[in-house]
Design a protein around this ligand. Structure first.
Ligand SMILES: NC(=O)c1ccc[n+]([C@@H]2O[C@H](COP(=O)([O-])OP(=O)(O)OC[C@H]3O[C@@H](n4cnc5c(N)ncnc54)[C@H](OP(=O)(O)O)[C@@H]3O)[C@@H](O)[C@H]2O)c1
Length: 288
């Protein structure tokens, strides 16, 4: 199977490359090879390779900046997706498009029930709206697609669009001896991109029916609980204080509960196990 991977040097992209199954011939492309906002280039590159499948991990991911750079967010997350969809229609390729828990508003907080694939999205920030627009373009123009929503990603490569990730920030601050104050009233499922990548390959190769899938680890936690576990697994002792999200005002509103669950898809291990694997990899890489 010939697969084109867009955003191959990103956090998730890097782990999709590292976990590529034997039966896949992978064409890993970075923004320099293919800028999704350039329709002509997208059609030219995909027309040449003629893949069976395209995986789109590319995105504008700066959640706060998106509130100001609305056009740029939509250029990548909506129009860019439209360009890929158009090229898929021309070449007959199917599309795996990565989306986000931020398409939901967090209103399920009271019930503490995860958001499932058939829940109605209602994004509360520009990033979420632009990602949902991308989802609708995929759903409404293609028949052969997987939309994979995941949440709070971290991986060895760090998010290129965000300049790192949450575990790296916690480890850096802890190593510098900074006292940590972390939000304890926003809940999500932290997801290791190495495990997510394997889940995506499974979805593709085991012939799951096309449609929308949530792929995250199981369980959930607050950012404070996540930070505490990072420090515990890394064996670092530092003061850490739980605080309310209102103490860290941000430009973009964030859902207070964006826990995803699946009724039909690939299930990953508990989030603590994914994190343990990450910390082990980080230690092996000599970072801590
Ligand atoms: N990070 C999270 O917490 C999170 C949570 C839920 C869902 N997601 C979704 O998961 C996916 C992967 O996220 P990630 O954490 O791996 O982000 P990332 O590390 O920032 O990777 C994004 C990739 O997209 C590329 N890219 C950006 N604009 C592009 C363009 N115009 N044309 C082609 N490539 C472009 C980036 O290239 P450059 O390096 O050149 O910028 C990078 O390789 C995204 O769809 C994101 O919306 C992320």
């Amino acid at each position: 199977m010939k697969v084109v991977l867009i955003g191959s040097n990103g956090q998730l992209g890097t782990d999709l490359v590292r976990t590529v199954p034997e039966k896949v011939t992978l064409f890993p492309l970075t923004r320099r090879d293919i800028d999704v906002t350039d329709r002509k280039k997208v059609e030219e590159v995909l027309g040449e390779i003629k893949p069976d499948l395209v995986i789109n991990t590319s995105a504008y991911v700066k959640v706060d900046l998106a509130e100001e750079e609305v056009e740029e967010a939509f250029r990548v997350n909506a129009s860019g997706v439209g360009n890929l969809v158009s090229a898929c229609l021309k070449t007959g390729a199917s599309l795996v498009h990565i989306s986000t828990d931020y398409v939901f508003d967090g209103g399920k907080l009271g019930g503490k029930e995860p958001y499932y694939e058939d829940d109605v999205p209602n994004p509360i920030n520009i990033y979420g709206v632009s990602k949902l627009a991308g989802e609708y373009i995929v759903r409404n123009y293609l028949e052969k697609y997987y939309i994979v929503r995941s949440s709070s990603l971290y991986g060895i490569a760090g998010a290129s669009g965000k300049g790192g990730n949450f575990p790296y920030t916690i480890l850096r601050k802890a190593k510098a001896g900074e006292k940590l104050r972390v939000v304890d009233d926003i809940y999500m499922v932290p997801t290791h991109t190495y495990d997510l990548a394997q889940g995506i390959w499974k979805l593709i190769l085991e012939g799951y029916p096309y449609g929308i899938y949530h792929i995250t680890h199981t369980g959930y936690c607050s950012w404070y609980e996540f930070a505490k576990k990072i420090l515990e697994l890394a064996g670092i002792k530092v003061d850490i204080e739980p605080v309310k999200h209102t103490e860290f005002p941000t430009k973009a509103r964030r859902p207070l509960w964006s826990v995803l669950g699946t009724k039909k898809g690939v299930k990953l291990c508990p989030w603590e196990e994914g994190l343990e694997r990450f910390i082990r990899m980080v230690k092996e890489g000599g970072y801590i």
